[in-house]
Design a protein around this ligand. Structure first.
Ligand code: AMP
Length: 210
């Protein structure tokens, strides 16, 4: 299974990705998580990426593409993967196509999780991560267990979220027609409870849905 999850920030890509990878036994490749790890470790790549992430802009293509190419060389990606948050520009999608072609691999599907803009800001601003488990919660819609030590992503503050939405519409939304033209795009309604959205997603990526 070689899958891509796309959708606006706050659509639930990260949360859903965790369930799907568990079900299909493939690694989740989240460029956002990878960049945040670089940032936390203070690597040169992380320091450069932080300049963009902190203001809600996309990190330059060449930085992300290089990082993904390295990640795809690891053994666990041999039998499949689920990209979450990558590609985010047409240039990244073209680079991924070239890499996969070189490896003789094909994508099985691209799933777009659709959520209207009006709902996204509230979804993102209420988002918290359990520091110990990495589990993502929402203060109102998916409350964390009592006593959990929660952290809020630095870029989940309202001013930054608005910039991330602008970047999504300008730079990432063009991936929809890009993959639609190839006949591999599937749309999933991202509004509903977690389990409902997961069920739609699994149905959309099951081989019989092709
Ligand atoms: P995410 O966790 O996917 O919401 O990503 C958080 C931030 O990391 C984004 O707002 C971007 O600044 C950066 N980022 C993550 N993935 C990419 C990507 N594929 N291309 C460019 N920037 C990215």
């Amino acid at each position: 299974m070689r899958l891509i999850l796309i959708g606006p920030p706050g659509a639930g890509k990260g949360t859903q990705a965790k369930v799907v990878v568990e079900q299909f036994g493939i690694p989740q490749i989240s460029t956002g998580d990878m960049l945040r790890e670089h940032k936390a470790k203070g690597t040169a790549l992380g320091t450069k990426a932080a300049e963009y992430m902190n203001r809600g802009a996309l990190v330059p293509d060449e930085v992300v593409i290089g990082m993904v190419e390295e990640r795809l060389k690891l053994d666990d990606a041999r039998n499949g993967f689920l990209f979450d948050g990558f590609p985010r520009t047409v240039a990244q999608a073209e680079a991924l196509d070239a890499t996969l072609a070189r490896l003789g691999l094909e994508l099985d599907g691209v799933v777009l999780i659709e959520v209207a803009d009006e709902l996204l800001v509230e979804r993102i601003c209420g988002r918290r991560t359990d520091k110990a488990t990495g589990q993502i919660y929402h203060l109102k819609y998916n409350p964390p267990p009592p006593g959990a030590e929660l952290v809020q992503r630095a870029d989940d503050k309202e001013e930054v979220v608005k910039e991330r939405l602008v970047a999504y519409h300008a730079q990432t939304a063009p991936l929809v027609p890009y993959y639609e033209a190839r006949g591999i795009l599937r749309r999933v309604d991202g509004v509903g409870d977690l389990a409902q959205v997961t069920a739609r997603l699994v149905a959309a990526v099951s081989p019989k849905a092709k």
